[in-house]
Design a protein around this ligand. Structure first.
Ligand SMILES: C[S@@+](CC[C@H](N)C(=O)[O-])C[C@H]1O[C@@H](n2cnc3c(N)ncnc32)[C@H](O)[C@@H]1O
Length: 398
C-alpha cells in the first residue's frame, strides 16, 4: 500500500521542490501550502530524506481525522498503534503546528497529543516513553488546519538543511536548502553537466559554492548526516536505508572523475577559512577553490562563460544600507566589464538595493530567506543585448 509523505519547504519553494522530487522518480507529487505531498513506499520516503536539497522535513502520514476539539484530538491520536513506532522505554517529542477555535495554543495541542501517545502505550505495555527535546527516538508531527489533524512521523528529525557536520557559519549564512533553491532556479544541474564554470564572489562560509559542488558531483546531501528522525524508529527498514546509502556512494564514486571549475571568494579571511573547513567536512575540498579576494578583483576563472550566484550583504541597518548599495553598484560594474556572456543570479532583499546593480534583470524570482522576502535577480551579461543595461555606457566624448 502506498504511504502518504509530506515534504515541507520554505514559503515559495513548492514548485521547485515538486520538480526536484519528480526528478528523483517519485510519483503523484502535488504542491500544497509550504509543502509538497507524494505517494510512495517507505523506500521513496527515505530517498527523499537522502536526496532532497530544497526540502526541510519529510513526514510520513500515520493518520488524518476530524479534531474539532481537544477530546477528538486525544481520541484520534490514541487510536494509532504507537507501540509499532516507539518503545515504551524510549523517548519522543511532539511538534504541533496550527490551531482551531478550541485548540488555540500549539503547546496545549502538543501536550494533548503527548498525553494520548503515552497513555495508549502505557495501557498496552505497562510503561510509557519519556519526552526528550533533543535527539528523541521519534518526532511526532501534528498539523491542525480547518479542524482536521494530520499526525505524522518526522523521518528527518533535525531539518534536512542541517547537513554539514560541524558546520562553521559566517556572519549571515544562508540555509543550505535556500542556496540549493537558488541553484535549481539558475538551472545549475544542467549547466554543470555541460561543464560551465561557477563562481560566488561573496561566498561567506561557502554555502552556495558547496551546494553547487555537491550537485555537480552527484553527492547526496544527506550522506554526511549521521542521524535522521527514523534512526531509532521501530518501523525503520535498515536494509532499505543501507541500499540507498550504497547507491548514493556509488553515484558519488562514479562522478568523482568529473572535473569542474567551482570557485568562491570573500573579502573576509575568517569566512574563507570557514568555507574551507566546511568543504573538508563534506569531502569536497578538492572539488572547489576558496580564496580571500575582494569583489573588485573578480576575474572570470575560465575562458568559458558560466554561472555566478551570490548573496551580497543585505545592509539591513541604516548605517550599512549605503555601503550595501555601493557594493551592488560595484557588482554591476564588474559583471558588465569583465563577465560578458555569464549569467548572474543575485539574491537581494525586496526594495531599492536591486536598482543599485544598474543591470536590468530578465527575471525576478521571489524567495524567502526566513521571514525576509527577497528577489533572486536573473541577469544575462550579454554583449549582444545592450538593451539590458539600465545605466548608459560611458560617453567617449565626456
Ligand atoms: C550575506 S554574506 C554571504 C553569506 C554566504 N552566502 C553564506 O552562506 O555564508 C555576504 C558576504 O559578502 C562579503 N563581502 C562584503 N564585501 C565584499 C567585497 N567587497 N568583496 C568580497 N566580499 C565581500 C562579506 O564578507 C560576507 O561574507
Amino acid at each position: 500500500m502506498a504511504e502518504t509523505f509530506t515534504v515541507t519547504t520554505g514559503r515559495g519553494g513548492e514548485e521547485i521542490l515538486v520538480q526536484e522530487l519528480r526528478r528523483m522518480g517519485l510519483q503523484r507529487v502535488v504542491p500544497e501550502h509550504g509543502a509538497v505531498r507524494f505517494l510512495g513506499s517507505l523506500r521513496d520516503g527515505l530517498r527523499a530524506c537522502l536526496w532532497s536539497r530544497t526540502g526541510s522535513r519529510v513526514l510520513l502520514r500515520l493518520a488524518r481525522f476530524d479534531a474539532g476539539n481537544a477530546e477528538a484530538l486525544y481520541d484520534g491520536v490514541a487510536a494509532i498503534p504507537w507501540t509499532d513506532h516507539v518503545s515504551p522505554s524510549g523517548t519522543l517529542r511532539v511538534d504541533f503546528v496550527g490551531s482551531s477555535r478550541t485548540i488555540r495554543d500549539e503547546r496545549f495541542g502538543a501536550l494533548k497529543t503527548k498525553d494520548a501517545v503515552v497513555d495508549s502505550i502505557r495501557a498496552r505495555a505497562g510503561r510509557r516513553p519519556d519526552v526528550a527535546r533533543d535527539e528523541p527516538d521519534v518526532v511526532i508531527n501534528v498539523h491542525l488546519r480547518n479542524n482536521v489533524a494530520t499526525v505524522s512521523l518526522d523521518l528527518s528529525g533535525e531539518a534536512l538543511h542541517l547537513r554539514t557536520p560541524g558546520r562553521r557559519a559566517g556572519a549571515t549564512p544562508l540555509k543550505e536548502n535556500l542556496a540549493a533553491r537558488m541553484l535549481l532556479l539558475a538551472d545549475w544541474p544542467r549547466r554543470a553537466r555541460a561543464g560551465e564554470p561557477f563562481v560566488d564572489p561573496m561566498c561567506g562560509s561557502g554555502t552556495i559554492v558547496l551546494e553547487a559542488a555537491g550537485i555537480a558531483l552527484d553527492l547526496a546531501p544527506g550522506l554526511a548526516r549521521s542521524r535522521f528522525g527514523f534512526t531509532r524508529w521501530l518501523g525503520r527498514d535498515d536494509a532499505v536505508w543501507s541500499s540507498l546509502v550504497a547507491e548514493a556512494k556509488e553515484r558519488r564514486r562514479a562522478a568523482a572523475g568529473r572535473s569542474f571549475v567551482i570557485r568562491g571568494s570573500d573579502i573576509d579571511a575568517r569566512a574563507v577559512a570557514a568555507a574551507r573547513e566546511n568543504a573538508k567536512a563534506l569531502g569536497l575540498a578538492s572539488a572547489v577553490r576558496f580564496e580571500r579576494a575582494s569583489l573588485e578583483d573578480l576575474r572570470p576563472p575560465d575562458e568559458r562563460a558560466g554561472l555566478l550566484v551570490t548573496n551580497p550583504p543585505y545592509g539591513e541597518r541604516v548605517d550599512t544600507i549605503e555601503a550595501a548599495a555601493a557594493l551592488y553598484k560595484t557588482l554591476g560594474d564588474v559583471l558588465r566589464q569583465r563577465m560578458l556572456g555569464w549569467d548572474a543570479f543575485v539574491l537581494a532583499p525586496a526594495g531599492r538595493l536591486a536598482k543599485a546593480l544598474g543591470l536590468r534583470p530578465s527575471a525576478r524570482h521571489i524567495l524567502f530567506n526566513g521571514p525576509l522576502e527577497c528577489r533572486l535577480l536573473e541577469v544575462a551579461i550579454s554583449p549582444t543585448a545592450p538593451g539590458r543595461l539600465v545605466r548608459s555606457p560611458p560617453n567617449p566624448a565626456s
